[in-house]
Design a protein around this ligand. Structure first.
Ligand SMILES: [Zn+2]
Length: 312
């Protein structure tokens, strides 16, 4: 019986038998015909025969099922392990519904199959820029605020860049009419890139990095973009056991659809620019307070313009 599913020709032979029997009906009650059969894809044909075999199996008594199972080839059709019928170290085996109960499958392979069918067809990765993402702010850009020590409630909120005032930018908050003035180190572009990738994590880090670069700006060399997850850098390449260089895959970094709730994964993008970083360190030492009195005086004048705002 299992030979029915072997190839296209054997499936067609099975279909001819069903048509001749004149008692195999479609879901709508019509009879199966070879004209209809030939319009189906091989997948659809296989599905139809499998379903027919499953229904046949379900109508059998327990004794008939046992007799049928003993007539099947006595090895697992997936891994080939032999059925030893209760001998020591035996593997539990049973007829497999995936092939219409025409072949035996071992417990291990059955578990693997169940796991595979439960797996989603793709995984979704969310990518957002790292707080230190180095970019050129432009008027109208959507931004997310961070690192504001004087007004913690502002961190995480989003807004739009209005205009540059010296070292600061006027930012209009999205969820209020308030306008504040911020240093570029206190905002990043509020972009959240979403990628739909194969569920097995077979995408290389290099490929993902190129996809990110396509979306966040071409002026950066791909080498200047690094992907980080939970503070750990995703290396683009690695050495294999023979010490030759190979591309790393997302699954090498534990990223595949088996990870609980893959939609919640966030990879941070850090675009490094060594020169720029050094300048920042010189002009903005770590202990510099967020609110600088001298700055406040300066901005008080700018506030006279219609685009003024609170300095933060
Ligand atoms: Zn097996």
């Amino acid at each position: 019986m299992h030979k029915l599913l072997e190839d296209k020709a054997s499936m067609r032979y099975g279909a001819e038998m069903m048509v001749m029997s004149r008692n195999v009906r479609m879901a709508d009650g019509s009879l199966l015909s070879m004209e209809l059969w030939d319009t189906w894809s091989e997948e659809e044909q296989k599905g139809y025969i499998t379903q027919f075999l499953q229904q046949r199996w379900e109508k059998m008594s327990a004794a008939e099922k046992e007799a049928e199972a003993r007539r099947m080839p006595q090895d697992c059709f997936k891994c080939g392990v032999r059925n030893s019928y209760g001998a020591d170290d035996t593997v539990a085996m049973g007829p497999c519904p995936l092939v219409g109960y025409t072949r035996l499958i071992c417990e291990t392979c059955a578990l693997k199959e169940a796991k595979l069918s439960a797996q989603p067809s793709s995984m979704v990765l969310n990518v957002r820029p790292h707080p230190e993402y180095n970019w050129d702010p432009t008027e109208g850009a959507a931004v997310r605020l961070h690192g504001i020590r004087s007004r913690d409630e502002l961190n995480g909120r989003t807004g739009k860049l209005l205009k540059e005032f010296g070292a600061r930018w006027a930012v209009r908050l999205d969820d209020s009419s308030e306008t504040i003035k911020l240093k570029p180190s206190n905002f990043t572009p509020a972009v959240n890139l979403t990628f739909k990738l194969p569920p097995d994590g077979s995408t290389t880090v290099r490929e993902l990095r190129d996809m990110v670069r396509e979306k966040i700006g071409k002026r950066y060399m791909p080498q200047q973009i690094s992907l980080w997850r939970h503070g750990q850098r995703l290396e683009v390449e690695d050495f294999d056991a023979k010490w030759s260089v190979r591309d790393t895959l997302l699954r090498d970094h534990g990223l595949d659809a088996n990870v609980a709730d893959p939609t919640s994964l966030v990879i941070e993008v850090l675009v490094a620019d060594a020169l720029q970083e050094n300048e920042d360190l010189r002009s903005e030492p770590d202990d510099e307070p967020d609110i600088n009195l001298a700055d406040l005086d300066l901005v008080a004048k700018a506030d006279a313009s219609s685009e003024g705002g609170t300095v933060v």
